[in-house]
Design a protein around this ligand. Structure first.
Ligand SMILES: [Zn+2]
Length: 422
């Protein structure tokens, strides 16, 4: 093990950063999560202003805004004509082609978002950071595909990332995060609560059970970190909103009867994106969206005020974002085969076997309560410089705690500093 890091957290052997997506600030209470509630009443923390997206990891690890790291689901490609085989494939029913793609995806792991038919899918260049099951630093770097991140700053051999979306992995994550190896930054993403929130947590008893499980996980992690003099930072980047209604945007689009060549769309559960290749398509779709009361349409320029600052329409020309509690269904990730496979494979998603719609979701506009995150530095000698920080501040803040200067290419700043003596 390398020497103590004396410039960062006081005499700290290493810093453990624990991200728990889906841990809803509104659900943290002395009754349901006594340990986390106590930590938040005694340790320095700030709420985290997020982005309208279900995926924040790319922004957290890079410290850059989406238009800079460019990992923002999908980018429209320039395509000129179709090959003969593509023309043949396009005559087949969507259900047949997407089922074939889903099987290929299961067997070979390639073919991202296989649930989108090939005729639409080939128009997209997918730029996503998405893990299932378990993942590690190598998987993170592979999906970042050359985009700079905190791993590059700390050093690939001094920074470790671990991901698991399985509740049963909690003890393993705690044990591995607290191993004494030559690592300065240990990034642990415990994703089980998010998975359970999407598919399972419905009743007060389930909230109590699963939030209690996460509370126990944090308690164990904190105790072990204290025993080994590891610094610990706790974070969640969103909660979940119960889904009460859904809108079939795909059907509304088909009803307009606009030629497919005149527009493209990408349908996430709470955000739809459109690109227009004709004025007619733009007008018809905008008019249709204005009549859907459960969402709000925003141009890519209007998204700038939310921190999504693309200067062109490549990642979406017009966005349509659902109101909290609303889901666009069916969406581009829905397929009966996928529901069957994940419902059978993972007990946390078992409900997918009979209900293909998520029961709760997130990624709505950041001002909504379900989208509030927090970052807590479990060392009361520190304090944030504001009660609200941004997602892009997370990586610079971790670097600050490690006693390192954030690089110029990060958009955020280090927000936690040692308290000045009175
Ligand atoms: Zn989620």
């Amino acid at each position: 093990m390398r020497g103590l890091i004396l410039v960062g957290l006081h005499c700290m052997n290493k810093l453990v950063f624990c991200l728990i997506p889906g841990l809803d600030l509104r659900k943290i209470s002395p009754d349901q999560t006594p340990y986390i509630a106590e930590l938040l009443s005694s340790q320095p923390w700030a709420t985290v202003k997020t982005l309208p997206s279900p995926e924040h990891l790319s922004t957290i690890v890079t410290g850059m805004k989406p238009h800079r790291h460019q990992i923002w689901q999908t980018r429209l490609r320039e395509i000129s004509g179709r090959s003969l085989s593509q023309c043949v494939v396009d005559t087949l029913p969507d259900f047949m082609t997407t089922t074939a793609q889903a099987v290929i995806h299961q067997l070979l792991g390639c073919c991202d978002v296989p649930t989108i038919p090939p005729r639409r899918r080939r128009a997209f260049d997918f730029r996503r950071l998405k893990f299932r099951g378990r993942a590690n630093t190598r998987d993170l770097l592979e999906q970042l595909n050359g985009v700079k991140s905190i791993v590059d700053v700390v050093g690939k051999d001094r920074c470790r990332y671990r991901f698991s979306d399985r509740a049963s992995d909690a003890p393993r994550l705690v044990a591995e995060a607290c191993e004494e190896e030559g690592v300065d930054l240990e990034f642990v993403q415990f994703h089980a609560l998010d998975m359970l929130g999407h598919w399972q947590i419905d009743s007060p008893e389930e909230f109590r059970r699963y939030y209690g499980m996460v509370d126990g996980f944090v308690r164990e992690l904190h105790r072990k970190c204290e025993a080994k003099r590891f610094g610990l930072v706790l974070m969640t980047d969103h909660g979940q909103e119960r889904v009460s209604t859904s809108v079939d945007l795909g059907r509304l689009i088909r009803r307009l009867d606009i030629p497919r060549s005149e527009f493209a769309y990408y349908l996430q559960p709470v955000m739809a994106r459109f690109w227009f290749h004709s004025e007619r398509a733009g007008m018809a779709i905008s008019q249709m969206l204005s009549e859907v009361k459960q969402g709000i349409a925003m141009s890519y320029e209007e998204m700038h005020c939310l921190g999504v600052e693309f200067t062109g329409p490549e990642f979406g020309e017009l966005y349509f974002i659902a109101e909290p509690g609303c889901l666009f269904f069916p969406h581009d990730f829905h397929h009966p085969l996928v529901n069957f496979v994940f419902g059978m494979k993972d007990w946390q998603q078992r409900n997918r076997l009979w209900n293909p719609r998520h029961i709760a979701y997130h990624g709505y506009l950041p001002q909504h309560e379900c989208e509030k995150g927090f970052m807590a530095v479990l060392d009361d000698r520190y304090e944030p410089d504001s009660t609200v920080i941004s997602l892009v501040d997370i990586a610079p803040s971790l670097l600050g705690l490690l006693g390192r200067e954030p690089p110029d290419w990060m958009d955020g700043t280090s927000r936690f500093a040692k308290r000045q003596p009175m």
